[in-house]
Design a protein around this ligand. Structure first.
Ligand code: PLP
Length: 469
């Protein structure tokens, strides 16, 4: 076994790649709203706590995206100019992790879809391109967005340069200083990047007056972004990186391609695994498989993985809460740790969000999706094990899915089960080498579950009128 694991021994030929032709890039997005087993409650206005109307959305989004946010049809056609851009990197590869299977000595078959193959390095470009297209078409003069470590900002900057649209990015100040490469990448594509909090918005000034050395937070970038959009008199609009129904829908091209690729492999997954921050990566990969479960065509176990330091689905409550920290964004029924909860500084920055998309939350609450939390050190050890077998250095976020895939493969070994496991490798980790260095040096730690801070944060949930719930 050891010789085979090193690739020097003789081993049977096992097919590894399942390439699709570019004509097989999906022609429609899949809208899970058409198939949800329970209706999701209405989204509420941040102040009145009454269901929001298009009037609330119109200053923020162009008509095409509002239509997608409200869509109830099962499939929504992808405009041809967007498929044209997708041809730059789609269909993305799906591989069987044969070398990892051999290292683990598991009878399980492990497949992974690789969204790190996008030029932005993650799945986020799939949705960014759609937002740039519909805003350009509607005559929006500039887009404004917020970013943490910069994955979303990079994708949005690239998408805006494809469609010749100016972009302003509020980037969490501590990342702006400590992780300069994504900022430089955004500027390379023409974006204007501010370290948030800035002195140029009311929200930013208020924070800076109280605490001049404030490191910033994702919630604060959202407050600064929304203020900038509202002050622009309709010229600028907002680009959302995750959480909203339209963003999840735009990512479903991942899972649709994966279904075709599993067909080429001649297998169907028993387990479908993806990490979840706001839910767009998970929804994008898993929803087409969830649909097959809901219609009785299949019966895969679907697992959403989150960090133990930000355990929204495994330790939060299913309740109405504000989507942002300041209370300017809508109130959504979702799994939440409380909008004032500030997660510990783990390296999977894309998974540090207090809430979860409404549709993912509803599926977890209804028992159609299982949620699991994993510790930081366990995710890094899984990432290293995966890299040494398969070559790719994964983003720390993606390593959460790898951890659960390996755990399940090892359980198969123990029980002698030949299960088929499929997971989404949402991005590469080439901009995360400082985190890997900290791991190598033994400087990373697990964060204990912050039970008391969650209890405090959950005390400040809104109390919507009974008829809304
Ligand atoms: C942002 C990000 C995630 C989390 O995405 P959500 O869609 O918000 O759940 C996962 N993986 C990578 C590589 C990311 O950049």
């Amino acid at each position: 076994m050891a010789a085979r694991a090193q690739g020097t021994g003789r081993s049977e030929h096992v097919r590894t790649q399942f390439p699709l032709d570019e004509s097989q890039i999906p022609r429609a997005w899949y809208n899970i709203k058409a198939d949800l087993p329970v209706a999701t409650p209405p989204v509420l206005h941040p102040q009145t706590l009454q269901p929001i109307t298009d009037e609330f959305l119109e200053p923020l989004f162009p008509p095409g995206l509002i239509a997608h946010e409200n869509a109830i049809d099962r499939y929504v056609e992808i405009p041809e100019p967007i498929r044209d851009v997708y041809r730059l990197w789609r269909p993305t590869p799906m591989l069987r992790a044969v070398r990892l299977e051999r290292r683990l000595d598991t009878p399980a078959h492990i497949y992974y879809k690789y969204e790190g193959a996008s030029p932005a390095g993650s799945h986020k470009l799939n949705a960014a391109v759609v937002q740039a297209f519909f805003n350009k078409q509607a005559g929006t003069q500039a887009l404004v967005t917020g970013t943490g470590a910069g994955q979303w900002g990079t994708a949005m900057a690239m998408a805006c340069s494809f469609f010749d649209l100016p972009l302003e990015v509020f980037m969490v100040k501590v990342s702006h200083a400590q992780k300069p490469y994504r900022r430089i990448a955004m500027e390379h594509f023409g974006a204007q990047v501010h370290a948030s909090p800035t002195p140029s918005t009311r929200a930013g000034r208020a924070v800076l007056e109280r605490s001049p050395g404030h490191p910033g937070s994702l919630g604060l970038t959202l407050s600064e972004t929304l203020e900038t959009v509202h002050a622009s008199g309709g010229r600028k609009k907002y680009a959302a990186g995750s959480g909203l129904a339209h963003v999840l829908m735009h990512q479903t091209i991942i899972g649709q391609e994966a279904l075709l690729q599993m067909e080429l492999a001649g297998e169907y997954p028993d387990l479908v695994i993806a990490c979840a921050g706001g839910g767009s990566n998970f929804g994008g990969f898993a929803f087409p498989f969830v649909q097959r479960n809901l219609t009785g065509a299949a019966n895969a176990k679907i697992i959403a993985v989150e960090p133990a330091a930000c355990p929204t689905m495994t330790r939060g409550t299913y309740a109405f809460d504000w989507a942002d920290v300041a209370g300017d964004a809508p109130v959504v029924k979702m799994y939440t740790l409380g909008h004032t909860f500030v997660p510990a500084e783990i390296h999977a920055g894309g998974l540090r969000y207090h809430g979860m998309a409404a549709s993912v939350s509803a599926l977890v609450a209804h028992g159609d999706v299982e949620a699991r939390a994993v510790n930081q050190l366990d995710t890094f050890s899984a990432a290293v094990q995966f890299s040494q077998a398969e070559g790719i250095i994964p983003a720390p976020e993606s390593a959460h899915a790898i951890r659960v895939a390996i755990d399940e493969a090892l359980r198969c070994k123990e029980l002698g089960q030949k299960k088929v496991i499929a997971f989404n490798l949402s991005g590469h980790g080439h901009f995360d080498m400082a985190a890997y260095q900290a791991y190598q040096r033994g400087e990373l730690h697990d964060q204990a579950y912050p039970a008391e801070r969650v209890r405090d944060a959950l005390a400040s949930l809104p109390q919507p009128p009974l008829d809304a719930s």
